[in-house]
Design a protein around this ligand. Structure first.
Ligand code: FAD
Length: 286
């Protein structure tokens, strides 16, 4: 199975993010989504990991299933907070033994009840180092163009990010709706001597209530003009506005030199496919 690091640096990459379904019906829905999105010939796909390791087996099983049954590489998200080192190593060895070659190494979040995080690792950079001890995986990490919500100042955030990126092969960003903070982050990292590829994450806003919740959680700014158009629109118009906004942002990012785009699909194929088409990733013959 290909390693993502070998696919970066040429033509812009296209990747799709999925979450592990919780019911049989949702699993059948995701299977259909994945087959539909194969037409876009994605460079890779990724599978999220439940907060703090909840339902970790679902992520593991889906990652292994996608790796075995599809031609594109699958990347497993993995968080380290609230985990024991040996449990992480055991999971990484299991991935290695099933041909999974790509890991997104994440810090994860402290418990929602405000209690102190447990576990033997605190930061994603420590997980990157741990992953490297198990095998020669491609290791991705997270980046936050508008700063990580727990970061107190930009300079410190960028220094920690540069330190993490020096150990990783690439990064994927949190979703955002304005290209300027992405390009500013890339420049700030370059001024620290860091040139690791950073794939921007695009989330088409099809459900205003959940986007507002995610955006507040992640410190993402939703431009007021886009927010007003989306909130006032009916379902069909909303879909078209979401597509237009995501496609326009994608064009701006790719034209400005972003190495690819990562689409948060929410396990739906329709919107992701149309954004991929609008960005020129799907040829008429496919
Ligand atoms: P870190 O890199 O550890 O950074 C967290 C904070 O600590 C930042 O403020 C950073 O500046 C600071 N920091 C870093 N190093 C140090 C240091 N040495 N000393 C002091 N401070 C430091 N969460 C999930 O639970 N499951 C998922 O599947 C998942 N997928 C994600 C995918 C993407 C693309 C992104 C962007 C996020 C994802 N998340 C996921 C969320 C992520 O786990 C949280 O945002 C988490 O709060 C931070 O993760 P991180 O990897 O950026 O952490």
């Amino acid at each position: 199975m290909a390693q993502i690091r070998d696919l970066l640096g040429g033509s812009p990459t296209l990747s799709f993010e999925f979450f592990p379904p919780k019911t049989d019906a949702a699993a059948r829905g995701l299977e259909k989504t994945v087959y539909e999105l194969r037409r876009a010939n994605p460079t890779f796909v990724s599978v999220t990991y439940g907060a703090g390791g909840t339902d970790a087996h679902r992520t593991r099983d889906l990652v292994v299933e996608l790796t075995l049954n599809h031609p594109f590489p699958t990347m497993a998200h993995l968080t380290c907070m609230n985990h024991r080192r040996q449990d992480l190593v055991t999971l990484l060895e299991d991935y290695r033994d099933h041909g999974v070659r790509n890991i997104l190494a994440l810090g994860g979040d402290p418990p929602a009840d405000g209690s102190a995080p447990s576990g033997e690792l605190t930061y994603a950079s420590e997980l990157v180092d741990l992953v490297r001890t198990v095998d020669d995986f491609t290791v991705g990490v997270a980046a936050f163009p508008e700063l990580h919500p727990r970061s107190e100042n930009t300079g410190q955030d960028r220094r920690f990010l540069a330190h993490k990126l020096e150990r990783a092969d690439f990064a994927v960003t949190q979703f955002f709706f304005d290209a300027a903070p992405y390009f500013r982050m890339v420049e700030e990292l370059a001024s620290l001597g860091c040139h690791t590829p950073i794939l921007p994450g695009l989330m088409p806003v099809t459900n205003p209530a959940s986007i507002a919740r995610f955006a507040a959680m992640n410190g993402t700014r939703v431009p007021p003009g886009l927010w007003a158009r989306i909130s006032e629109a009916g379902d069909d118009d909303r879909l078209e506005i979401a597509l237009e906004a995501a496609s326009q942002l994608g064009h701006e990012l790719l034209d400005g030199g972003a190495p690819g785009v990562h689409l948060y699909t929410l396990n739906r194929s329709d919107v992701a496919m149309r954004v991929a088409e609008n960005l020129g990733f799907v040829s008429a013959a496919s």
